[in-house]
Design a protein around this ligand. Structure first.
Ligand SMILES: *[C@@H]1O[C@H](CO)[C@@H](O)[C@H](O)[C@H]1NC(C)=O
Ligand SMILES: *[C@@H]1O[C@H](CO)[C@@H](O)[C@H](O)[C@H]1NC(C)=O
Ligand SMILES: *[C@@H]1O[C@H](CO)[C@@H](O)[C@H](O)[C@H]1NC(C)=O
Ligand SMILES: *[C@@H]1O[C@H](CO)[C@@H](O)[C@H](O)[C@H]1NC(C)=O
Length: 272
């Protein structure tokens, strides 16, 4: 059973180790453009942003494709051709955070009548690509990009999801109190054992205080169970040979006769 449990346990742990998870967040503070194609009639002008990350190592090109991990805003109504987002645009990732990524930000004109505006490149009214080197943290970094016809002011950050920690969001820690572990997590994702538990995963109970480490063990905190041949509340007394009457032991199953006694079971008076 213990073997089975620990196997499950290792599988569980390793399954969690390979995963990693976080979210890249970007806020658009202002997007302005003089492009005439943006808003033919400024009243029903609607714009949305698409943001994605590209882990390519190459020098970034203008044509980087936004094929994976995109975040979208809802459509935003413009005010005097300047647009900002209230909630951050989020791009979740479940690879290790590599630090250096290309960020692609696209602004799209959403015609009210058009269900699939990104299918027509003519609807793209702004495209920005920038390579960033960003460490995990709560702090927002500011940036400005000037294009020929547009200007984009934005800020961004990358944070780990709940239960994920570390430089690349790959350290998993989720407090638990079950046969697989008894711990909470501190702010940097280290396991902190609950009282009475120990071990790397806090799955080993702490035995009764004083319980012999060599001859005793426990299956639950505060217990002291003895290995064969040992007894006593702390498992520090040997069990003498069965039937040993007037004898003692230093190791299990011995029968060393007290003075005046002899025989295998020390049950015969000795006249020495
Ligand atoms: C990253 O950019 C490359 C080069 O433009 C492109 O081929 C690839 O599809 C992009 N990957 C993603 C995830 O968008
Ligand atoms: C990323 O994009 C590529 C190219 O479009 C696609 O083949 C792949 O399945 C995507 N991966 C994920 C995780 O979405
Ligand atoms: C990214 O920044 C870190 C620390 O600020 C630095 O050590 C690292 O060399 C940078 N990486 C690149 C590719 O610029
Ligand atoms: C979390 O625990 C680890 C290991 O005990 C320690 O090194 C680290 O400083 C702790 N972090 C915080 C924020 O207390």
């Amino acid at each position: 059973m213990a073997q089975f449990l620990s196997t499950c346990f290792l599988l569980l742990i390793s399954a969690q180790l390979v995963k990693s998870s976080g979210v890249f967040e970007l806020k658009v503070h202002s997007f302005t453009t003089i492009s005439s194609s943006v808003c033919k009639q400024s009243r029903d002008c609607q714009v949305f942003f698409r943001v994605c990350l590209n882990y390519t190592q190459d020098v970034i090109s203008y044509r980087l494709a936004c094929s994976n991990g995109t975040g979208l805003t809802g459509t935003l109504n413009t005010e005097q051709n300047s647009i900002s987002t209230s909630a951050p645009i989020t791009v979740p990732f479940n690879l290790k955070w590599l630090g250096t990524v290309a960020v692609i930000i696209e602004a799209w004109n959403a015609e009210p009548s058009n269900d699939h505006p990104t299918e027509n490149l003519n609807n793209m009214i702004g495209h920005f690509a920038t390579k960033i080197n960003l460490t995990i943290g709560q702090k927002w970094s500011q940036d400005v990009h000037l294009g020929e016809q547009s200007e984009l002011r934005f800020s961004y950050r990358v944070v780990c999801d709940k239960f994920y920690y570390g430089d690349d969001c790959s350290d998993f820690c989720r407090s638990r109190d079950d046969p697989f572990g008894h711990f909470t997590c501190n702010d940097t994702g280290s396991r902190i054992c609950l009282p009475e538990w120990k071990g790397e995963y806090c799955a080993e109970p702490i035995c009764l205080s004083g319980c012999s480490e060599e001859h005793g063990f426990c299956e639950a905190p505060g217990q002291c169970k003895c290995f064969t041949g040992w007894q006593g509340s702390r498992c520090d007394e040997c069990v003498p040979y069965p039937g040993c009457l007037h004898g003692t032991c230093k190791l299990p199953w011995q029968c060393s006769c007290k003075k005046g006694w002899g025989g295998l079971l020390c049950n015969k008076e000795s006249n020495v």
